[in-house]
Structures are given as structure tokens and as C-alpha cells.
Design a protein. Sequence first.
Length: 331
Amino acid sequence: MQTLRWGIVSTGNIAGVFASAFAAAPGNALAAVASRTQEKAERFAQEHGVPRAYGSYEAMAADPSIDAVYIATPMSRHAADAALFLQAGKHVLCEKAVTCDAAELEALLRLAREKGRFFMEAMWMRCLPVFRQAQAWVRAGRIGRVEAVKAELSIMPRVDPAHRLFSPALGGGALLDVGTYAVHFLCAFLGSCPQQVIAAGRPGPTGVDFDDVILLRYPGAFGFASVGFSAPGGNGAAVLGERGRILFPGSFLSAQEAVLVDAAGAEVERFHEPFRANGYEYELSEARDCILAGKRESALVPAEASLGVMRILDACRAQCGLGEPKARGHI
């Protein structure tokens, strides 16, 4: 089996989660990690068994033995960091939200095409077996025409103005964090070009949005999402059709089970597949398979889908009175 050699950019919590997925993703090798300091890089390398540690992103970008990188830096750095590695000829898997706005993503996609490199938003949810099974049920007409899709995603972190979730300078706010997942979920079943976007948000004390509701209108259907940092809620979702529904008993974000029910609510079929590691192994394997097949994007997380989501989030920001993100990368 041909092995793809990866580097991880940054050493934060999500970088550690991604590193743990390699054990369940054959054909992928974690070869290097880069941080802004040599000390942090070496500490991460020791914790996760990474052979090489770099004290700058530029140093890892110059390493010819690295085939692809996973961008795990704060959102405000995504555009610039992804551009650095694309310019260096690396394939890129970039953590969500892929950029701070659609204009940044458009520039990255142009650069990826110019360099002939693979680029994908690390929307791990769309690579999960359960998620793909739900899409297969819809394509097969098991619930008839989709009429509505609903998603709710709420977290309640401790408010810390310096943390990326609450900092305008780091691309904080519920829309660009949990909202990204919810809108991706809606668009996966309804398409990423709604006729109308309606949104309302509640600002928090640090200058970012804390809670948001989003309504997407399509011909004959709608999508609804409720996301936030301060209101307790579930992480449920449902796809409603004219002849049945698809329900996610746990969190739709990390779904390991989905249930198909008929119009009367009776269970028709249940699909269950536990993670081999932590769920991130599926996006890692998808990126590898695409890259080794010579593809420049993934059919599971298409570039146009990510761009459509960013355009929707841009519209939501405008309607919520948030303006342009204060955090902007540079390409």
C-alpha cells in the first residue's frame, strides 16, 4: 500500500485529535509537526510519536518529504497558512471553518488549481459512514422528496475573551464555529445554493455572536439551524421527507447511528457503525485516497459545497449585524 506522508500544522487540541486518527487510517504516515516554537513542536512530537518537529511553518513547508499537511491553526490563520503550503507544493486538508469568509476561500481554491494540488475543508462529519448512509437513503428515495432539514448544535464553554471562540481577532463566534457544522448539514441534503437566507443572532459580551438561528429557503423545502454558546440544547438533527424521516439519535456532528422511519414514525431501518478511532480517520482516509488517485478535490466535501457554506455564513453575518470578520488571513 502506498503511504502518504503528512505534516500537522500547529499543536493545539484539534491537532492532537487528528494525530490520534492515524492508527486507524492505513496508508497514512504522520511524519512531521510544525509549531511557532521549537519547544512546542518537540513536545507534541514526543507525545504523539512524530519523527520530525519544526519550530516554524516555513521550515516544514520546505521539507520535500512531506506530501500533505493538515492545517490546525486558529481560523484567522487558515488562509495564510494554507496558501504557504500550497505555494510549497503540498496538498492541503484545512480545518473548519475553512476560512473567515468566502473571498478568502475563493482565493485559496484558485491557488490550489494553479498549483495542481488537492485542497479540502476538514469537515469530518461529511466523511462519516453514518452520514454517507443517510445521504444514500435520500438518493434512493427512501423518504421521498426532502421537505425540511433541521440541525441544532449548542455548546457551553467557559467565556474567556482570549480564547479563539470568543475573540474577534481569532475569528470567534458561534456562526464560524458550530454554525459551520449545522449549515454544512443542511446543505448536504438541500444543496448549497438556497433561494433565501434569513438569520438572526445575539451578540455576547466579547464582541462575537453567541447564539444564532438560520433559515434557508429552497423550492419546496427549507433548512433550519439553531447554534450557540450560551443556550443549553442538544446536538440533534433530522431530515424530513414526504414519506418518512431520517433521525440521528446522538450528535449529528459525530454520528455513529442513524434511523430511517416511515411517515407514521415506525422504524424501518437502523444503520450503526462505531468509529475505528475517533472519527477523524475517515476524512484522513478520504484525503489520502483522493490525492493518490490524482484528484484535486473530494466528492464527499466538494470545494463548491464549502464555498456555498461560506457564502451562506457571510449572508448570516451581514443580517446579524456582525459585518466582515475582524480576523482576516492574507494570501
